[in-house]
Design a protein around this ligand. Structure first.
Ligand code: ATP
Length: 282
């Protein structure tokens, strides 16, 4: 038996540069993991099977699950004839813009590397992970990174002070494909600067980091779900230093400079929303 944590990520910046001829969008994003994680437990099986179980009943447990896809990829790539049972203790909200599925897939690659003693480096696992999804390579490493290409080209950034974060997920499911489909790249009014964010992160000053938050998908998701924009306004009103939608949403996060303020915002938001989380950069 072996256990791995799968951390949630937030986007401190998310920029779309252009649409590529292969259909993907060329992105530039500053990504950050937070200490909100799913826990995956791996039990080796003698028989050639992949069995999944999950604490959330509506998550598919077959080949639609990214954990299943990661386990199958490992078995095929390394010619492993025995099987694995994987239990997912889900704590990251689903379809939230927090890369829960991608992070589970990354944790599966790390976990099976250990269980089957494959001796792969994190870089090799990240390369494998890119076959499953664009966010998987970042989730292999976690921490703070600049992601380019379709999100799979990772440049590590220095560790940032453990800033307080309040995450709120409104009760809406947002399809990432739908949001990207509606985005008109030529009409983007303001592109965030990943470089300015990298410089702000190096200072560790929450106020400077907050000044450079930006996500070009916000306006698309806000136009479909105005309540997401209202939620961002509420976080700022309650004292967040900065607030932003993560990924394609609908989760909105607040950056806060002091623990007592983070607690105050967390408690205030719990009156409005069932899914509120208090965490830190990790
Ligand atoms: P991203 O930020 O990468 O867009 P997300 O946080 O918005 O991801 P996920 O939580 O990864 O979204 O889930 C998106 C969909 O993927 C869900 O509808 C779910 O059915 C499916 N899915 C497949 N595998 C998993 C998994 N291990 N955990 C959660 N969802 C999964």
């Amino acid at each position: 038996m072996w256990t791995e944590k799968a951390q949630a990520k937030i986007n401190l910046t998310l920029d779309v540069l252009h649409k590529r001829s292969d259909g993907y969008h060329e992105v530039e994003m500053v990504m950050q993991t937070v200490d909100l994680s799913d826990h995956l437990t791996f039990y080796p099986l003698a028989e050639d099977e992949i069995q999944l179980s999950c604490t959330v009943p509506y998550i598919p447990l077959d080949s639609r699950n990214l954990v299943y896809q990661a386990a199958k990829l490992v078995k095929e790539t390394f010619g492993i004839a025995s099987g694995i049972r994987i239990h997912i203790d889900k704590r990251i909200p689903v379809a939230a813009g927090l890369a829960g599925g991608s992070s589970d897939a990354a944790a599966t690659l790390r976990g099976l590397n250990r269980v089957f003693q494959l001796g792969q480096s994190l870089d090799q696992l990240a390369e494998l992970g890119a076959k499953i999804g664009s966010d998987v390579p970042f989730c292999i490493y976690g921490g703070t990174a600049l992601a380019r290409g379709r999100g799979e080209l990772i440049e590590h950034l220095p560790k940032v002070a453990p800033t307080w974060v309040v995450l709120v997920k409104p009760p809406i499911a947002v399809s990432t494909a739908d949001v990207y489909g509606r985005l008109k790249v030529a009409e983007i009014e303001r592109h965030p600067s990943a470089m300015a964010m990298v410089e702000a992160l190096a200072t560790g000053e929450v106020r400077l980091i907050a000044d450079h938050l930006g996500n070009v998908l916000e306006s698309v998701t806000f136009s479909m779900y105005p309540e997401v924009e209202r939620l961002k306004g509420q976080l700022l009103k309650f004292g967040a230093v900065g607030a932003l939608m993560s990924g394609s949403g609908p989760t909105v996060f607040a950056l806060v400079d002091r623990e007592h303020k983070a607690n105050r915002i967390y408690n205030a938001l719990r009156g409005f929303s069932r899914e509120v989380y208090l965490c830190r950069f990790y």
